[in-house]
Design a protein around this ligand. Structure first.
Ligand code: UGA
Length: 425
């Protein structure tokens, strides 16, 4: 059939492309959106009932649009040939700054077709991708300041204007847009490292990190979000983007600025190590041969993603200390855990299996355990029957709450010894 509307092609059917394009298709019924990827199984999954990524609300949107104005295909060339939007090439993934310049140079060298390259960074967070896309704080579009660059910016802005108020669509030059993405993630990560640094002071001084965060966050200049102390931030972006910025600073001859941002990552590594030290010291200075139930493996709740998850490093250290680790996560696939742990420990799977057991429930993981350690803030952990769990544990029963999600007073009443991030004992 002859299509009259705009045709958008997205290259890469991953965490960014999938949800973003599905939302675009939903909001712009007259636009045809095709997502192409060279991975056959990935495209097959997008075309099946079992989507390759888990994101609340995504299923509904994909099912509403797929086959109408949303298509998934492995025919990359055809997808590009058919599209108007690769009338611009739009950088959606987070990239090192100046990537647009490199892409332009390659494209202009390659053929006769003229491309404008735009930067349109994605700010969605995993687990809330669909609501973030539906109602973004802002949409950022960077383009060249010449006439065709500005025309390309306006065209993409018109697509977003289907559902995003105009005042939230910011247009800038390409470099500002690329840099803003790295800076936004660095600032977010910096807040987490700041509150985690404060958690160390709290543990040493008797202050309570949640109380401090609340008091500080009520200053409207600081704000209450992203001040939750934890075992350390994870996810595919924070560390990568900070290191990207650090590299950029170094290469531009700004070593002090590089060092400043790098300390955010250093602090995060120390936080994971501090948590493991607490477990070891709590369990009378050794965990060798002791069974530890690790609750949660994803880098945060409501996602099955484990990239850079603090749980991986915690496990690696516990294995190094020859503990027996029983892992339960409601969403993460078993295979993923084996892959992460073999990569992190550099042991083969049979070696890792000597120390690690994967469990189907928190109860199974806790049976016979000396301690429970919470690495991910899954809601279901709050509702566990801790009296029942305690019956099956070795006494005294320890809880190390790396996310401050459990009711510590209630646990202590039951007789647990509770260590929590940034809390007095
Ligand atoms: C992050 C940003 O929040 C998004 O805006 C950005 O688009 C995205 O990276 C990206 O560049 O792709 P995401 O990695 O999905 O999103 O997850 P976040 O919700 O930001 O959490 C990152 C990590 O920080 C998690 O491990 C989380 O548990 C931790 N965190 C977050 C804390 O420990 N404390 C907090 O107060 C907040």
């Amino acid at each position: 059939p002859v299509q009259t509307g705009l045709r958008i092609c997205c290259i890469g059917a991953g965490y960014v492309g999938g949800p973003t394009m599905a939302m675009m298709a939903l909001k712009c019924p007259e636009v045809t959106v095709t997502i192409v990827d060279i991975s056959v199984p990935r495209i097959a999954a997008w075309n099946s009932d079992e989507l390759p990524i888990y994101e609340p609300g995504l299923d509904k949107v994909v099912k509403a649009c797929r086959g109408k104005n949303l298509f998934f295909s492995t025919d990359v060339d055809q997808g590009i040939r058919d599209a108007d939007i690769i009338f611009v090439v739009v950088e959606k993934s987070t990239v090192p700054i100046k990537t647009a310049e490199a892409i332009s140079a390659v494209l202009h060298g390659a053929g006769k077709t003229r491309f404008d390259v735009l930067s349109n960074p994605e700010f969605l967070a995993e687990g809330t991708a669909m609501t973030d896309l539906d109602n973004p704080d802002r949409v950022l579009i960077g383009g060249n300041m010449n006439e065709s660059g500005q025309a390309a910016v306006a065209k993409l802005a018109d697509v977003y204007a289907h559902w995003v108020p105009r005042e939230r669509i910011l247009t800038t030059n390409v470099w500002s847009s690329e840099l803003s993405k790295l800076v936004a993630n660095s600032f977010l990560a910096q807040r987490v490292s700041s509150i985690n640094a404060v958690s160390a002071i709290c543990e040493a001084s008797g202050a309570d990190v949640d109380e401090v965060a609340r008091a500080v966050g009520m200053d409207s200049r600081i704000g209450p979000k992203f001040l939750k102390a934890s075992v350390g931030f994870g996810g595919s972006c924070f560390q990568k983007d900070i290191l990207n910025l650090v590299y950029l600073c170094q290469s531009m001859g700004l070593p002090d600025v590089a060092e400043y941002f790098h300390s955010v990552v250093t602090m995060n590594d120390r936080q994971k190590e501090r948590f493991v030290s607490r477990i070891i010291h709590g369990l009378f200075n050794t965990v060798t041969g002791k069974r530890i139930a690790l609750l949660g493996f994803a880098f945060k709740k409501d996602t099955g993603d484990t990239r850079e998850s603090a749980a991986i490093e915690i496990c690696r250290r516990l294995i190094e200390e020859r503990a027996s680790v029983c892992i339960y996560d409601p969403k993460v696939e078993a295979n993923q855990i084996w892959m992460d742990l073999t990569a992190a420990t550099r042991l083969d799977r049979t070696e890792v299996e000597k120390y690690v057991t994967l469990c189907d429930s928190a109860y199974e993981a806790a049976a016979g355990a000396h301690a429970l350690a919470v690495a991910t803030e899954w809601d279901e952990f709050k509702g566990l029957d801790f009296a029942k769990i305690q019956d099956g544990m070795v006494k005294p029963c320890f809880v190390f709450d790396g996310r401050n999600v459990l009711d510590h007073a209630a646990l202590r009443k039951l007789g647990y010894i509770v260590y929590a991030i940034g809390k007095p004992l």
